[in-house]
Design a protein around this ligand. Structure first.
Ligand code: CTP
Length: 408
């Protein structure tokens, strides 16, 4: 998963038994395309060797603030400036106390002090220590100062006690880190159009053809874009979801309505993301009267709806981005590639709708992104908001590339 390509995470590892789990965190972050710079406290090196992190991250590991540098730079300042995020996992009671007090007597605390990057702390310790009022007070202080805390889990602890204090699951920590990093995504000045949900194609006053889309992926895309500063219009088929904050929502019913709503706004849009499951067919005839049983079994004749993305591809300006989704139940890549080309998309997000944990009605999704130049990228199972953030990051990069070629 290359969700965080090029971003730098300073990973602080402090001296607790959970320090070994930081190796998995470092590895997942590297796998996600992150540059990981590890700072260990002296005590952490008693639990896990710096060499482990050095190998996993392919970066030097810093422990001693006064060790002879291999090139001249003020190490804690350069780390502080390079960081898009400082993640401390595991964070001991001692480290939490030092941060709350504003001490800077080792490389990690000095780096935190010198940085403007968001800080995410994953405490791990014995439950009595964790529940100690001093630790809770220190955590509250840090929260008030804008530090992000990822609560430990309850369960069996290494010391034999049962209770809160076990380091949160590494994949949860990595996802929280991703959320914080992508929160830095700046889409200010962007006008985005997102479509979501199913469409309904009426047959008579009581019946319609539709599909299983719930709109969650599109709503997540709209929410993340709005949080990142974009002006967002969400063109939504019927869903049960609340409108995300700072999003203008336009409700539509049929594929034709959706087409009209998108077309009207497309020329001023920086990007269009079609996450809606648009009906491909509609009943050829609409009966203004409810179709009655006594007239016998009706034969439904269908006709094609307009392919919105394909129709808009014609008038697409060179600096506009269009992104499609491909919901497939077989031959995922081949079908997605065909749609990518036919609809002249900047990229397509393909998912396998036969899975219960991805696609329709799930909170999570696992997708493959396909690019016109043949690149493919797999984003493993993650919350739809995290997938949405990854999609916007790529849209942002796409636009930078387009602007560079347009102005050449
Ligand atoms: N789409 C669209 N207009 C339609 C149908 C789909 O703009 N009438 C968009 C979808 O929102 C999605 C992409 O096109 O972003 C692919 O949708 P999908 O239903 O997977 O593909 P289809 O074009 O309908 O092709 P097929 O019927 O072969 O699956």
């Amino acid at each position: 998963m290359k969700i965080m390509t090029g971003k730098t995470v300073v990973l602080g590892v402090t001296g607790g038994i959970a320090a070994y789990k930081a190796a998995e965190i470092a590895s997942s972050l590297v796998h996600a395309g992150t540059i990981v710079k590890v700072i260990m406290t002296e005590a952490a090196t008693r639990f896990i060797a710096p060499l482990t992190f050095q190998t996993l991250t392919r970066q030097p590991v810093v422990v001693d603030m006064f060790a002879a540098p291999d090139r001249w730079e003020v190490a804690h300042v350069s780390y502080a400036q390079a960081a898009d995020l400082i993640l401390i996992a595991p964070a001991t009671a001692n480290m939490i106390g030092k941060l709350a007090l504003g001490l800077a007597d080792d490389m990690l605390t000095a780096t935190v002090m010198a940085s403007h990057a968001p800080v995410l702390i994953a405490p791990a310790m014995n439950s009595n220590m964790y529940l100690n009022p001093a630790v809770q007070h220190n955590l509250d202080l840090l929260r008030q100062r804008g530090f992000h805390i990822i609560e430990p889990e309850s369960g069996y602890l290494a010391c034999g006690d049962v209770g809160p204090g076990r380091l949160a699951a590494p994949e949860q920590i990595v996802q929280a880190a991703q959320r914080l990093i992508t929160a830095n995504l700046d889409l200010s000045g962007w006008q985005v159009l997102v479509t979501a949900g199913p469409t309904r194609e009426p047959l008579d006053p009581v019946r319609y053809l539709s599909n299983r889309s719930t709109g969650r992926m599109g709503y997540a895309l709209a929410a993340v874009a709005a949080r990142s500063g974009a002006k967002v219009t969400l063109i939504s088929g019927p869903t049960a979801l609340p409108t995300p904050a700072q999003v203008e929502r336009v409700d539509v019913l049929t594929a034709q309505d959706m087409y009209m709503a998108v077309k009207e706004r497309f020329s001023s849009a920086t990007a269009l993301v079609m996450a809606a499951a648009v009906a491909d067919f509609r009943p050829k005839r609409y009966s203004t009267e409810k179709i009655k049983k006594k007239t016998g079994q009706p034969v439904l004749e269908l006709e094609s709806t307009v392919d919105i993305l394909a129709a808009l591809a014609e008038g697409k300006k060179p600096d506009q981005i269009t992104i499609g989704f491909a919901a497939e139940s077989s031959d995922l890549v081949a079908h997605a590639e065909e749609k990518l080309r036919r609809k002249r998309l900047d990229f397509i997000v393909a998912n396998d709708i036969t899975r219960y944990d991805a696609g329709f009605a799930a909170d999570t999704n696992e997708v493959m992104i396909l690019w016109p130049d043949g690149r493919r990228e797999h984003l493993p199972l993650a919350y739809k908001e995290d997938i949405a953030a990854a999609i916007w990051q790529r849209a942002y990069q796409c636009r930078q590339d387009l602007l560079a070629t347009v102005t050449k």
